[in-house]
Design a protein. Structure first.
Length: 627
């Protein structure tokens, strides 16, 4: 892929310093090569695709005009940052993208000095850039701070908190709004609608080009229009929103017009006050299929994934089907997603029940409190949200849902290790942070059918409930169309054995059963993290010599901790080992490989038990203690 003849200009721009030595007249050709390389490399490695294609010229212009890495570029989320990676010395490593020990799919400070801030979640860039700008000012350093945020990221409330703060300060901050009318799912919200309406308006174009010249020929009106310009502009230009927040607004400019982009950035670099440049780009630019369907081409899977998929439906598909089936039964059901319709499996529901479907944009906090409001008035909201994104709405979950014990169901996707997306998207902590919340029922299905039944159980429960399930396919079991509520807090023994009992939570049942067969161990499908099946745990502890808890969650404060707390409270003393995620952030790689490395496959469970019986120490994440 790095053939110098194939990418002759790109090979000359292997760093921003080298890029800045190229004449401006060659940058358009460089953009063409960079876009071709991006298509070729991501098609082979997999990863986020359409966003980067739309940001090629922007990445080139930013590194050409700004003195990176001394000047700080902060890319919001990071979906569009692959061109930035390629231009900052990582072109030859792109084949390792999102693979174990390879490049991260997101900017990371540990990976490159050009990655000024580690990202992965939305709407963080302006806050981080403002912090860097203030730090430079306090230290007397001449340094630029640039936040690049998409119109999707701008739907997140944190972005407005940062804008509100920055606009009130005398600080050298440039915010670039990369407007491609997309996040992952199509954007929603008043601002997105306003931007779209503006950019498609011939009237706006005419006004921008000639309004003041025209009005100068009407003297009685001209003085009035000067006085009213600030407010009249609000009817035509979205910049008024930003100017009211204290930013000087520039644009919109064509983000694929390199000469204009370079000239504009050059001028903006000389300024030292809060300013915002509105850049319009096309997601998937240069790749016809991605331009036509940017949602489908938001990210690509590596070729091997198409043949490696295991049997059975994915948990996301199970949820999507259950949601449609449940909606047909109960008109009170309302489906909510914070901008993850496709990822969370709500496409069919949004089409079949558009009046009961709400995409609230990238606003996780709002999604949970919005659900609370619906529940107060007799509706039954289901919030479909990734585990890692629910972290953002923790206060709302506690204060607005659980404290009032409202019937809100959280369908928590991507729980545990997610694989190639790595630490920023891993659902490593949900069992720990959820089980501390009163009034909340927490369920972890072991297979696809149990997932369907647990969703039904949570929906029927007269209070708040959470069902957390992993990314990918389950065990390939038959999914029953009938739905029946499970007894809350009841586990089940799946295998009778001797001496050792394996207490498996959620998707850990499959490797536990495999290990149990070789160890002649008892295997329990715990099902509920809260409330625990206390009676069964105490019974098992009495009949066995050693307990092992297994969870796809951090060991600290997780489901295993709940078991140990119960035993300690009841005065039961028994050796107990906790298998789970370690006390460090787990890096990206294929999920199966990562789970094996962490000892969360059958071989790892067997190894941990045998190490305990032999009195040796396991190198994998195991906590051993007395219950």
């Amino acid at each position: 892929m790095s053939d110098a003849n194939h990418y002759s200009l790109l090979s000359l721009a292997d760093s921003p310093e080298a890029l800045r030595r190229l004449p401006e007249s060659r940058l358009a050709a460089l953009a063409k090569e960079l876009r071709a390389f991006l298509v070729e490399s991501v098609s082979a490695s997999g990863g986020h695709f359409a966003g980067g294609l739309g940001a090629v010229e922007l990445a080139i212009a930013l590194h050409y005009i700004f003195d990176t890495p001394d000047d700080r570029l902060i890319w919001d989320v990071g979906h569009q940052a692959y061109p930035h990676k390629i231009l900052t010395g990582r072109r030859d490593a792109m084949a390792s993208l999102r693979q174990k020990d390879g490049l991260s799919g997101f900017p990371r400070r540990e990976e490159s000095p050009y990655d000024a801030f580690g990202v992965g979640h939305s709407s963080t860039s302006i806050s981080a850039a403002l912090g860097m700008a203030i730090a430079a000012k306090q230290q007397g350093i001449e340094r630029k701070a640039v936040a690049i945020i998409g119109d999707g990221g701008l739907t997140g409330g944190m972005a407005y908190e940062a804008l509100n703060h920055a606009g009130d300060l005398d600080v050298d901050l440039l915010v670039i709004l990369n407007d491609n009318e997309m996040s992952i799912s199509p954007n929603v919200g008043a601002l997105s609608t306003s931007l779209s309406r503006l950019l498609s308006s011939r009237f706006y174009t005419t006004m921008r080009e000639g309004s003041e010249q025209l009005l100068r020929y009407v003297p009685p009106v001209f003085e009035f229009t000067k006085l009213a310009k600030r407010h009249a502009k609000g009817m035509l230009v979205p910049g008024t929103v930003f100017e009211e927040l204290g930013f000087e607004y520039f644009g919109p400019v064509d983000g694929h017009d390199l000469p204009t982009l370079l000239a504009t950035l050059r001028g903006l670099r000389r300024m030292k006050r809060p300013r915002l440049l509105h850049v319009v780009t096309r997601k998937g630019k240069g790749f016809e299929a991605a331009e036509s369907d940017p949602v489908k081409y938001h990210a690509l899977s590596p070729p091997k994934s198409h043949t490696a998929r295991s049997k059975g439906a994915t948990y996301t598909e199970v949820f999507g089907q259950w949601l449609c089936d449940m909606a047909a039964r109960d008109k009170r059901l309302v489906g909510i997603t914070p901008a993850m319709r496709e990822g969370s499996g709500l496409v069919a529901f949004s089409q079949q029940y558009p009046d009961r479907y709400y995409d609230v944009a990238i606003a996780e906090q709002h999604s949970v409190t919005f659900a609370a409001g619906l529940a107060c008035e007799g509706l039954k909201p289901v919030v479909a949200i990734y585990s890692t994104f629910l972290q953002r709405a923790y206060d709302q979950l506690i204060h607005d849902v659980a404290l009032q014990n409202l019937p809100v169901l959280l369908a928590i996707d991507r729980a545990g290790i997610v694989g190639p997306d790595g630490a920023t998207h891993a659902g490593s902590f949900d069992l720990s942070y959820l089980r501390a919340v009163p009034n909340l029922v927490i369920m972890a299905p072991a297979d696809e059918n149990e997932c369907r039944q647990m969703l039904y159980t949570g929906f029927q429960h007269n209070g708040c409930a959470a069902v957390r399930y992993p990314r990918g396919t389950g065990m390939g079991v038959e999914i029953q169309s009938a739905m029946s509520a499970l007894p809350i807090g009841r586990a089940e023994i799946r295998r009778e054995g001797a001496d050792v009992a394996l207490l498996a939570f959620g998707a850990m049942l499959s490797p536990a059963l495999e290990a149990g067969a070789q160890l002649n161990a008892t295997v329990i499908n715990m099902r509920f993290v809260k409330p625990l099946d206390e009676a069964l745990i105490l019974e098992v502890a009495e009949k066995h010599q050693f307990l092992v808890t297994i969870e796809d969650n951090v060991i600290a404060g997780g489901a295993g901790s709940a078991v140990a707390e119960l035993l300690a409270c009841r005065g039961v003393t028994i050796p107990i080992a906790h298998l789970g995620l370690p006390d460090h952030f787990v890096e990206h790689g294929e999920r199966g490989d990562v789970m094996a490395e962490l000892g969360l496959d059958a071989a790892g469970i067997i190894h941990a038990v045998r190490c305990r019986s032999e009195g040796t120490k396991s190198p994998r994440p195991v906590v051993v203690g007395q219950g």
